[in-house]
Design a protein around this ligand. Structure first.
Ligand code: AMP
Length: 435
């Protein structure tokens, strides 16, 4: 992955793909076992879907980050800045509240935010997203956190740092926002521009400011957790108790505030030290009331998302995950024009079982072997007029240099044996790494 400074995004090259696939395969396995099914929703939605979910107190910073445009039919569309709103739109549209509850859904794909680009912060990035819909039990909040931790752990990051907090019920939020407005009013002019805007719209998010001046101003103030009502407090304690029972280590973070202001009660993040200033791998929380706000039934929900690029950054820092691009088992070298056609047909048959490549023009043996070598193949199979006359191919093991002439009908078995041997090799390697 090499970041394009102009586009604020990057190409995911073939060499990046094994680790990417490993992460998504692991996600599908871990979440699937917990009854979470995959859903794919569109990359763009009507602007209202996101605007409604962000809310009237819409944080202008979040709004400014959205890519909203008018298409040729005059429709206002927004490229998703996150998945939740689109997944909930689908939940409503397909009447999923009648499905067995809770409805558990995960998705993966690109998301878009007009951000200032830096390490771990791009304008097109990718997320894995998970939503558990239809229950208000604290057990579901804890399950959501556990699934995020378990997915990252299974992918190769067992030691992520979990931070959990609560932003309380709407009335707790109101009370806290009122408290912040009052406490910060005398210092309004000292706040950063963004925080001054937030003081009007959603004061709680000032706690999230990276500005040192803002941080100093809020350092001594009460946190959302200090002002929770009894219901939210009880719920939060239950979430923590479940995490403890399941052996999930966490830190209570009294000032956790999520980027979007639809969260209620539980909010959480997972961090990793090795990926620079943008250390959050993922985060989420509970958003009871959001489905109703989007025009659906009043079904509660809790969910999270992690950033695929940031997780891959952490995995490569730890040296975890498959890094090798897949190589062909065999490269078929055509030594004359007739062999080109023969080997193309042979490759088609062998590809039912193995990754096989071949030359598209006649090659001399030296160049043909160099092609085979560059492809990373383990075996080269050569065929020209001499081999044709004898009904054979020349099989060369490119690692050992061993060479033998083989009846054409024996080739599939020889490849199978060789593929088996390389699998044994990788199993041995993996076993050594595990110990
Ligand atoms: P958020 O909804 O902002 O908490 O995003 C969830 C996760 O998505 C974050 O923890 C990051 O890992 C990832 N993420 C969010 N914004 C970006 C971005 N601009 N570039 C790359 N990853 C991002």
């Amino acid at each position: 992955m090499r970041l394009s400074a102009v586009k604020g995004t990057f190409d995911i090259l073939p060499d990046d793909q094994p680790r990417w696939r490993h992460l998504l395969d692991t996600t599908a396995r871990v979440l699937g076992r917990a009854g979470v099914d995959e859903i794919t929703t569109p990359i763009f939605e009507h602007r209202e879907v996101f605007e409604k979910s962000v809310g009237e107190s819409a944080d202008l910073v979040v709004q400014k980050e959205m890519y909203t445009f008018q298409d040729r039919g005059g429709r206002w569309l927004t490229l998703r800045p996150e998945f939740t709103a689109g997944v909930l739109r689908a939940f409503i549209e397909h009447g999923m509240h009648t499905w067995p509850s809770p409805v558990k859904l995960w998705s993966a794909g690109p998301a878009f935010r007009a951000e200032n680009v830096q390490r771990g912060r791009f304008r097109q990035f990718h997320q894995v997203n998970c939503e558990l819909l239809g229950g208000d039990s604290a057990l579901l909040d804890a399950e959501a956190i556990a699934l995020l931790v378990d997915t990252l752990s299974a992918a190769g990051l067992p030691g992520v740092h979990v931070k959990v907090g609560s932003v309380g019920d709407p009335e707790d939020r109101e009370r806290y926002n009122g408290y912040l407005r009052e406490a910060l009013a005398p210092f309004e002019r000292e706040l950063s521009d963004t925080s001054r805007e937030r003081l009007r719209l959603n004061p709680m998010r000032i706690l999230d400011s990276k500005d040192a001046g803002d941080q100093a101003l809020v350092a001594e103030l009460l946190r959302p957790l200090d002002m929770l009502g009894n219901a939210a407090r009880g719920h939060f304690d239950e979430v923590l108790a479940a995490l403890e029972r399941w052996g999930i280590t966490y830190e209570v973070e009294s000032a956790i505030v999520r980027g979007l202001d639809y969260y209620r009660r539980t909010a959480f993040e997972v961090h990793h030290a090795g990926i620079g200033a943008q250390s959050a791998l993922g985060g989420g929380g509970r958003y009871d009331g959001l489905i109703a706000k989007l025009g659906g039934p009043d079904v509660p929900g809790v969910g999270w998302a992690f950033g695929i690029e940031r997780v891959l950054d952490a995995l490569s820092g730890e040296g975890v995950g498959p890094v090798e691009r897949r190589r062909p088992l065999a490269y078929l070298v055509a030594l004359d024009a007739e062999a080109v056609g023969e080997l193309a047909a042979l490759a088609r048959r062998l590809r039912a079982e193995h990754r096989v490549e071949h030359s598209y023009t006649p090659r001399n043996p030296g160049k043909g072997l160099r092609d085979a070598d560059r492809s990373g193949a383990r075996l080269a199979v050569l065929r020209g007029s001499r081999e044709r006359a004898a009904g054979v191919v020349m099989l060369k093991d490119l690692r050992t240099g061993d060479q033998q002439s083989l009846d054409l009908s024996e080739l599939p078995d020889a490849l199978r044996r060789s593929a088996g041997a390389s699998q044994d090799d990788s199993a041995r390697l993996a076993a050594t790494r595990d110990h």
